[in-house]
Design a protein around this ligand. Structure first.
Ligand code: PMP
Length: 352
């Protein structure tokens, strides 16, 4: 509490991200980063920018990056928005596309930033409980005038919703903005970006933090009807007229140009996920079907919090959420083959 604070800041409950421990030699499987580095072409493109030109402001429209995204997804640059991580993109979505006077629907058990943004902008949040098997119940998403948002695949469950179900939601809510948060879509899902030309109420957000191994660069994007993008641009420019720094624009653009690296990294993660899921099942875990770069698992005989603590004592960090319905689960990021093996060995010891 400070007398210098605006009263509204007193009431803010910010998002608490997964821990970024300072210790080395940890098997860090808690924040869904990529276990592999970015494309060498990305590193080279960033290096090329490290010179005298850092005294100059970057391109205010980040056109190089928008063009690379437009080429990758076969859309126009007027359909593309970029920001500092998809968290920033989402902040502008909640501020500028969701009407603050109307309710916003999202799954109950989802990315925990959504309620934070609702709090920030005073929006009425209406979480919709997932079904018993943790799938999203499409029929619950009826909101005549507000907004709808869900990750696909969902986080932290990893469960994917099919494009026909997404279309059902879009068709049932023609006057609401429907946001599909595709932070994890590259690990087995199909992007809804192919639907944006048919649904002016659809906005798809993505991040370069997971499948493109660039969490440290902080780049996210949105693709949708130019009218939606225009609103985001207005807002973004009212906060900071330079959307991304020079290094981020160059590095992110190079990432979209190197499809081969992108495909090989995500395939490696998918293969490792299948291996890890089978190992966890062998150890007695229930593993929810994941289309993401993590698995969400519980053991019928061992408490989630205790397992997370036991793993930590063996220097393996996973994510545990102390929340109703999911407190028995662990969310485990897919690591390198070596890290996954270390996790399995640590669990074998704990469950012994
Ligand atoms: N959406 C979801 C569902 C996420 O899990 C994350 C990562 N925490 C984000 C968005 C934000 O990712 P970033 O800001 O790194 O782009």
């Amino acid at each position: 509490m400070s007398r210098f604070w605006s009263p509204f800041v007193h009431d803010l409950v910010p998002y608490v991200p997964g821990e970024q421990p300072k210790l080395d030699n940890l098997v860090k499987l808690n924040t869904n980063e990529s276990p592999y580095g970015p494309s060498p072409r990305v590193l080279e493109a960033i290096r090329q920018q490290v010179d005298d030109r850092l005294r100059l402001y970057p391109a205010p429209d980040a056109d190089l990056l928008k063009q690379a995204i437009a080429d990758f997804y076969q859309v126009t640059t007027a359909q593309v928005f970029v920001g500092n991580g998809s968290d920033e993109v989402l902040a502008h979505v909640f501020n500028g596309l969701f009407r603050h006077t109307e309710p916003i629907l999202y799954p109950d058990i989802t990315y925990s930033f959504y309620p934070v943004y609702c709090g920030l902008y005073g929006i009425d949040a209406r979480p919709q409980p997932l079904a018993d098997d943790f799938t999203l119940r499409v029929a619950d998403y009826q909101q005549p005038n507000g907004g709808i948002i869900f990750p696909n695949p969902n986080a932290p469950t990893g469960i994917l919703l099919g494009l026909p179900q997404i279309e059902e939601i879009l068709q049932a809510n023609p006057d609401s903005v429907v946001v599909v948060d595709e932070a994890y879509v590259d690990f087995g899902g199909e992007s809804a970006i192919g639907l944006v030309d048919r649904y002016p109420n659809l906005l798809v957000t993505q991040t370069l933090s997971k499948s493109r191994s660039l969490a440290g660069l902080r780049v996210g994007l949105a693709v949708g009807h130019p009218e939606l993008i225009e609103a985001l641009e207005r807002l973004k420019n009212s906060f900071n007229s330079y959307p991304l720094d020079r290094l981020a624009i160059a590095g992110a653009a190079a990432s979209f140009a190197d499809r081969e690296w992108f495909d090989s990294v995500r395939q490696r993660v998918i293969d490792s996920r299948e291996w890890l899921a089978a190992e966890l099942i062998r150890l007695g875990f229930e593993v929810l079907p994941s289309a993401a770069n993590f698995v969400f698992v519980r053991h019928p005989l061992h408490q989630g919090a205790k397992l997370a603590q036991g793993l930590r004592e063996q220097r393996v960090i996973v994510r545990h959420f102390n929340k109703p319905r999911i407190s028995e689960f662990l969310r485990i990021t897919i690591g390198t083959e070596e890290q996954n093996q270390a996790l399995v060995s640590a669990l074998e010891q704990l469950l012994d």
